[in-house]
Design a protein around this ligand. Structure first.
Ligand code: CO
Length: 210
């Protein structure tokens, strides 16, 4: 723990050397443009991979970047970000090599976490034909990571929070990204909510994505 406090003091000194009002200005409030929903994986630090400074990005992370309709934590973050902070972009960011996705793709028990991974197993079932047609295991898991991100963007668009935001001015745009641990690069999956239009009679999907 000593290391953490030492690093923190060094960081404060560096920031103040660049701008003596750095912390005073940040303390006044936040107006982040982005909400980032990412994996809790220690190798995917939201601010660092996007070059975002403190104050620019509201962040929610959980195992395998899931948008689960009964997750009061995610829903609270989403509501606050959309309705109060009025973020312009909501990003779901997955990553290749995701342990949560890999665990969900098999039938081993891992304990309580199985209840969470269950949501990813539903993604496997929804895209069973495509996923099991890929013979190479690494490629299969990479595709599952992408499909999981796409499903979570769809889940986002179905929340009452996003549905209501669409009735107002300047609703946020929804994006699905994937991060490659081996290269450090982010890729836009260009998730198209309109591809799910045929379910509109039950979901009322009208979210805009770019
Ligand atoms: Co992960």
């Amino acid at each position: 723990m000593e290391k953490i406090f030492e690093n923190n003091k060094k960081w404060v000194a560096e920031k103040l050397a660049q701008d003596e009002n750095y912390f005073a200005n940040l303390a006044k409030g936040q107006q982040p443009r982005y909400l980032f929903i990412g994996c809790a994986d220690s190798r995917v630090p939201a601010n660092e991979i996007t070059g975002s400074a403190p104050g620019e990005m509201f962040v929610h992370r959980n195992i395998a970047n899931m948008v689960v309709h009964t997750d009061i934590n995610l829903l609270s973050v989403l509501q606050y970000a959309v309705e109060v902070l009025k973020v312009k972009d909501v990003i779901v960011c997955g990553h290749y090599g995701c342990g949560g996705v890999a665990a969900a793709a098999g039938n081993n028990q891992f304990g309580l976490i199985d209840n969470w991974l269950r949501n990813i197993k539903d993604v496997v079932r929804l895209h069973e034909d495509e996923i099991f047609s890929i013979e190479d295991e690494e490629q299969r898991l990479r595709r599952l990571v992408e499909l999981n991100v796409m499903e979570q963007v769809h889940n986002l668009s179905k929340t009452s929070i996003i549905q209501n935001a669409l009735k107002g001015d300047n609703p946020p745009k929804l994006h699905g990204l994937v991060y490659d641990l081996k290269e450090g690069l982010l890729r836009d999956l260009k998730v198209d909510i309109n591809s799910f239009k045929r379910y509109e009679h039950i979901y009322n999907l009208t979210a805009e994505t770019v």
